[in-house]
Each structure stands twice: as structure tokens, then as C-alpha cells.
Design a protein around this ligand. Structure first.
Ligand code: SF4
Length: 350
């Protein structure tokens, strides 16, 4: 899937003499295209004017990460959000992340560049369905604790006992969930299966999955390994089990970053997570080469872009600028935020 920013840059490359009066306004290079450097300057100015801090997830376009005050995975950004002093937070990521930032900062204005930036994983677990399933388990007399991955809506968080990220899930389950309790893990079945393995705890798994990590193909990965002898495979635990089985390192995005930084010898890494993650990896350890997985490898080493998250790609520099300028869209407080806030705070901040 091509990010919106790329489409705009492609149209700008069209030579001026190609324009004709019959072309629609969308075909004109002048329409819609704005120089990224001008946009960055404007965003810097608006940030000061609006007393704003920008947080950007590792999966958004690199140019947005470059203008952000904080970048990171969900856990790091939730903690960063809690420490922000400015009156406005702009969250370049997806909806559930901006909701978390609001819950941790009830008195601040929290903006998101595109309200439609959702998450297939969060959407796979609607609050009403989880509520009904928990009730069924209770009726069966099951004694369980609900542990939710942070990729869930605030309404789902309000129904859970603990919230985890791929960065702290293992530690939190080891420390906080009594051994005699069953664990209902939602919504990511792949992360849940991985956690069963590393914690040794049997879990009831919700059948959700991330549309980006789900499509990694074992065959493509093995082909990439064969084409890149000596390469090291690093994978996110949201990947299916067959991908994790052939990976050399499994960890969330922040752990991946620390891992490649810890290796001095220039190395070729095959990266099995959202492809924009390559941007912070390059920054952290420029001595290495990073190749997104999977990809239809061409002779020139190019790969397809099917490992891009279409929700994260809704964030563009233009939308960041517009959002700061108009103060919209804004995440507003919902009644279930009160309960979800308590769960979030005790899980991620204490
Ligand atoms: S990469 Fe997957 S889990 Fe992350 S926001 Fe996109 S759909 Fe959700």
C-alpha cells in the first residue's frame, strides 16, 4: 500500500510542460503538493504557537518521526506522554494510542492528525463481545484475569485487569498475575502464543491478529535469508509462530532498537515488522543494513510495500500541520476513560 505522502510526491514530479487545460486539478503538480521542508518549518512554528509536543510512533513515516519531540513504541510513548509539560499533545500514531495519551493527561488537549487512523488488531476485539465472553467464562466458574495488549480501545481497556505492551508483557505477567489464576489474553493470538511460551502460562487466547504482521510469509522470509547469506532475522512478537520459529531475535520495537545498537560489527538485518521501523533502526545503528521482510526481492534489492500499516500511513506532514492549525481532530473524554485510566496507570506507570 502506498502512503499518501508518496502519492503527492509522485504527482509533483510530473513536468510542468505535461500540463494541459484538459487535466483535472488533481493532476496539476501545484494541487495538493507542499514541500516537506516548508511543512516542517510551519509545523515547528505552530508547535511553539500552540504550546504543543509531538509524539510519533516508530511506524509512521520517517519525516514525521524527524519533526517529533518523542518517538518510540507504545510503552515508551505512553510514558513520554505522562511527562509532557506543554498544554497540547499531538499524537502521530493510531486512535488507541491517542486515547491512551488523553487518559494519562486528562487536563491536556490531545490531537490526532486523522481520526480514522484505527488498528485492525484493536478492531478485532469490540468491547461488547469481550464483555459477553467474560460473562460466559464467569458463568462457567472460571477464575481468570484479563490481560490486554495495549492495542485495544479504551472501552476494552476498561474491562481488563492489566494492560501490557510487547515491551513489558512478560515481566508484568510474571510479577502481577497470581499463578493460580487463568489468563484471558486479548486481542493478539500471536503475541499471546509467544507469551505462553516465554512465561510458561497457559492462556485463553482471543483470536485477533494485526493485518500487517499476519501477512508475513514464511516462504518470502526464507527466500530473503537465502539471498542474504549471514543475515540476522529480527521479528516482532505480533508475527505468526512460523515466522518467530525462524527468527534470531524476537522483541518489540524498542527492544529491537536496543538489540541492533548493541551489535558493533556491521550486519545485515532482515526486519519482520512494519517497514517504517527501518527509519529509527538506521538512526540507532547506521553501521548495519536493514531489509524489510517480506518483500518481492528484485535484482536491485527493492521490496514491495505490503508490510506498511495503512492506518499509520494516514499520518502525513500536511495533516500534522492542519491539525495543529485548526486544533482538530481532538480526542475528548469519554465516560469509560475513568476506569480504563486506572488500569492503564497501574499497568504502565507503576
Ligand atoms: S501495525 Fe498492526 S497493530 Fe500496529 S497499528 Fe497497524 S494494524 Fe494495528
Amino acid at each position: 500500500m502506498t502512503p499518501a505522502g508518496d502519492i503527492m510526491q509522485c504527482s509533483a514530479r510530473k513536468p510542468m510542460h505535461d500540463q494541459s487545460p484538459t487535466l483535472s486539478v488533481i493532476d496539476s503538480p501545484a494541487a495538493g503538493y507542499e514541500d516537506p521542508l516548508d511543512l516542517m518549518d510551519e509545523i515547528d512554528r505552530l508547535k511553539t504557537e500552540q504550546d504543543a509536543t509531538i509524539l510519533a510512533h516508530y511506524y509512521v513515516e520517517g519525516e514525521i518521526q524527524d519533526i517529533a519531540d518523542f518517538t518510540g513504541d507504545s510503552l515508551k510513548l505512553a510514558r513520554d506522554a505522562a511527562a509532557v509539560e506543554n498544554s497540547t499533545i499531538l499524537f502521530a500514531g493510531v486512535h488507541f494510542m491517542a486515547e491512551s495519551a488523553k487518559m494519562l493527561n486528562p487536563d491536556k488537549r490531545v490531537l490526532i492528525p486523522d481520526l480514522l487512523a484505527g488498528c485492525s488488531l484493536a478492531e478485532s476485539c469490540p468491547a461488547e463481545k469481550l464483555d459477553a465472553f467474560q460473562e460466559k467464562l464467569r458463568q462457567e466458574g472460571r477464575d481468570f484475569v484479563t490481560v490486554a495488549y495495549i492495542n485495544t480501545s479504551a472501552a476494552v481497556k476498561a474491562l481488563c485487569d492489566w494492560i501490557v505492551t510487547s515491551g513489558n508483557a512478560r515481566e508484568l505477567i510474571d510479577e502481577k498475575v497470581p499463578a493460580e489464576k487463568e489468563i484471558l489474553f486479548v486481542p493478539d493470538q500471536h503475541l499471546g502464543r509467544y507469551l505462553e511460551e516465554v512465561t510458561g502460562r497457559k492462556m485463553i487466547l482471543w483470536p485477533g491478529a494485526c493485518m500487517v504482521h499476519e501477512i508475513f510469509s514464511l516462504q518470502d522470509l526464507l527466500r530473503a535469508k537465502r539471498n542474504n547469506p549471514g543475515s540476522v532475522v529480527i521479528a516482532h512478537p505480533e508475527c505468526p509462530q512460523n515466522i518467530l520459529d525462524v527468527s534470531d531475535f524476537v522483541g518489540g520495537t524498542e527492544k529491537m532498537r536496543c538489540y541492533v545498537q548493541s551489535i558493533e560489527e556491521p550486519t545485515k538485518f532482515l526486519v519482520a515488522t512494519e517497514a517504517n521501523m527501518i527509519h529509527p533502526l538506521h538512526h540507532a545503528a547506521p553501521q548495519h543494513e536493514f531489509i524489510p521482510v517480506p518483500g518481492i526481492m528484485t535484482d536491485t534489492g527493492e521490496t514491495c510495500a505490503c508490510n506498511r500499516c495503512p492506518h499509520m500511513a494516514r499520518n502525513t506532514l500536511q495533516k500534522v500541520r492542519d491539525c495543529l492549525k485548526t486544533g482538530k481532530p481532538e480526542i475528548t473524554w469519554q465516560p469509560y476513560f475513568d476506569k480504563a485510566k486506572d488500569v492503564l496507570e497501574r499497568s504502565l506507570l507503576k
